[in-house]
Design a binder for this molecule. Structure first.
Ligand SMILES: [Fe+2]
Ligand SMILES: [Fe+2]
Length: 229
């Protein structure tokens, strides 16, 4: 190294050290911000589930899904947005049930175990239909036809959950039911926003949610930036 190079080297090292300090500081700020956001979300969810056990949380989500189906069928420029919202809502709801509700029902009783197994099979079929519809998009020729088929399958599935699985959940303690309601609501913050037909077990959902959820949200953001529907 020449004389000039030797003189420049401490400056480069000092610059690199300063950049390291800045990057380290930025990472610490980012971690703090993330922890604050996570805490705010948790507090909001805890407050919103006060007095609500899991069956009431799920019933409220089933009603939301029924309304979302009606909006997604309306003609006009708002249809793509309404369709995206429906897909997000279904993906979130079913992923949360697979991760938390069906395993709890299955553990509660023999009847709960049979009901949970049947519901998982129905969810796998609905997810495939939803993935096909997602691929085809809300402007495709067969959109309304497939949407109606999906609506029938999802609403029948929800009615069976309320009739056959909710009694098993009713056998759990009030504290456990409330905790499950909380888990379903919290899962909404991490869940995927589009259907992933290959992910259909409670463990796969628990492992996939923190990965697929943020990945889906990044893709949604990218699509919005590009102005894609
Ligand atoms: Fe379900
Ligand atoms: Fe459900």
């Amino acid at each position: 190294m020449g004389e000039k190079g030797k003189r420049a080297w401490p400056k480069v090292a000092a610059g690199a050290a300063a950049a390291g300090v800045v990057a380290g500081g930025a990472a610490a700020i980012w971690r703090r911000q993330w922890a604050l956001v996570a805490m705010r979300v948790a507090i909001r969810v805890v407050k919103s589930t006060e007095g609500m056990d899991v069956t009431r949380v799920l019933e409220a989500q089933h009603a939301e899904i029924r309304r979302a189906f009606r909006r997604a069928a309306l003609p006009g420029g708002r249809r793509p947005g309404a369709f995206r919202e429906l897909v997000r809502m279904l993906a979130v709801h079913e992923a949360a049930e697979e991760a938390h509700v069906h395993p709890a029902a299955a553990r509660a009783s023999g009847k709960g175990r049979a009901a949970a197994r049947a519901r998982l099979g129905e969810e796998a079929q609905a997810k495939q239909l939803l993935a096909d519809l997602w691929e085809a998009g809300p402007r495709s020729a067969g959109y309304l036809h497939t949407l109606r088929a999906l609506r029938r399958a999802v609403l029948m599935h929800a009615a069976r959950e309320e009739r056959e699985e909710f009694p098993a959940l009713g056998a759990l303690s009030p504290a456990r039911r409330r905790m499950l309601g909380l888990e379903v609501k919290l899962a909404r913050e991490l869940a995927p926003t589009r259907p992933h037909p290959g992910i259909n077990t409670s463990m796969a959902n628990r492992l996939a949610m923190p990965v697929l959820g943020p990945a889906d949200r990044a893709r949604d953001l990218l699509q919005r930036w590009r102005g894609e529907d």
